[in-house]
Design a protein around this ligand. Structure first.
Ligand SMILES: Nc1ncnc2c1ncn2[C@@H]1O[C@H](COP(=O)(O)OP(=O)(O)O)[C@@H](O)[C@H]1O
Ligand SMILES: [Mg+2]
Length: 357
């Protein structure tokens, strides 16, 4: 699949901007605070129906306007499609695909598969467990609608449980009923996370070896309390921990505690990784993410690379550019000096919410 055209209306510092994409590398160059990341964010919004950096949708509306509209034309299996997102100051949000309103976001996610690299991607290596879960959840959700629904339903139950745990008088039977439902979701979520982590590892090993002249062997270990358990066993674990949860007034067991340990040559990279190793591991995992997504959905995801070239040395940049050359990517950078002998590239200048012609 590939993106054809993006139309931004009142999106952040863009009032009215049309952007045409080529099938190869689309490079947006500009100084800081000109609107490069905003372009990436609008494509992310078109894919996930929400932003990865705004806490509220309305933040994305141009400060002087009452609504925003993002239109993205894309081609999938030789058919032209378009998605349109409208958000207004009253918090109304409408997502339409080919003029038809999307009722549930779970019916839509996965339609425009993306892989995003940003300076924050290093958090997969160095950040809290939630960053690693999010990395896996983003992949799983784009591949499997039922995974996304299980995760959404699980999170709803967890929210209800946590608010019950905070009450002075706790209805334990109500929590046992929630555990019944949660354990069913956990079975599916853990199975799927496990499968995808295995696939990511398979791909990441090869990429990591290529990136390091066969010097570094990457390994992943999925840490969960619920590996290979049946629903009944999972419910028992949840029920057994209720007494601690009542004392702490918060949940202690669940897949919201899952994590992935990442190793390079048998050392945990979070604790022992050098800066260079962290960056290499991040690249390997993200490119593995791209490959797994591509293989399973049988479409080429769009690569969004926001300001990461400045984080990488020449070797890693060359590896990355060579790798992505055959796919469609949207790249932002303040400095385009790394562009040498690259085919299939379109360079656009960004200045204060406008593209310079
Ligand atoms: N809701 C908004 N309305 C108008 N301008 C905005 C809004 N949100 C952010 N901006 C402006 O967008 C610019 C930052 O854009 P960004 O894409 O993050 O820059 P960069 O080119 O550094 O990636 C800033 O000038 C900021 O003031
Ligand atoms: Mg930026």
């Amino acid at each position: 699949m590939f993106l054809n055209r993006l139309n931004l209306t009142n999106f952040r510092n863009y009032e009215n901007q049309c952007i045409n994409f080529i099938k190869g590398i689309n490079l947006f160059v500009g100084d800081n605070a000109q609107g490069k990341t905003n372009i990436i964010e609008s494509i992310y919004l078109s894919s996930f129906g929400k932003s990865y950096r705004a806490t509220k949708d309305v933040e994305m509306i141009n400060l002087n306007k009452d609504f925003l509209r993002v239109q993205l034309d894309y081609n999938k299996k030789n058919i032209d499609n378009k998605v349109e997102i409208y958000i207004d100051k009253l918090n109304k949000k409408i997502i339409k695909k080919n003029e038809i309103k999307i009722k549930k976001i779970s019916d839509y996610i996965g339609e425009i598969p993306i892989v995003i690299f940003s300076p924050d991607s290093l958090d997969i290596i160095k950040g809290s467990p939630s960053k690693r879960r999010n990395f896996i959840d983003m992949i799983c959700s784009q591949i499997s609608k039922s995974y996304l629904i299980c995760l959404q339903e699980y999170n709803k139950c967890l929210k209800l449980k946590n608010s019950m745990l905070k009450k002075d008088i706790v209805d334990k039977d109500y929590i046992f009923v929630l555990h019944e439902k949660m354990s069913e979701y956990i079975v599916n979520i853990v199975k799927y996370r496990k499968k995808i982590i295995e696939k990511i590892l398979e791909k990441a090993k090869i990429i990591e070896m290529n990136l390091t002249n066969n010097k570094e062997n990457i390994n992943l270990h999925y840490n969960t309390d619920f590996s290979n358990l049946e629903k009944k066993e999972i419910k028992d674990i949840l029920d057994e921990h209720l007494y601690i949860e009542l004392l702490r007034k918060s949940s202690v067991k669940g897949i919201q505690r899952d994590d992935i340990s990442i190793y390079i040559n048998d050392l945990e990279v979070e604790k022992f990784g050098s800066q260079g190793q962290n960056r290499t591991a991040m690249l390997s995992l993200k490119l593995a993410n791209f490959e797994v997504l591509k293989d399973i959905i049988e479409e080429e995801p769009i690569l969004l690379l926001d300001d990461i070239m400045s984080e990488l040395d020449e070797n890693r940049i060359n590896f990355l550019l060579k790798y992505i050359q055959n796919y469609q990517s949207i790249i932002t950078t303040t400095d385009s000096k790394f562009v040498k002998d690259i085919d299939n590239i379109n360079i656009l200048k960004v200045l204060n919410g406008r593209l310079e012609i």
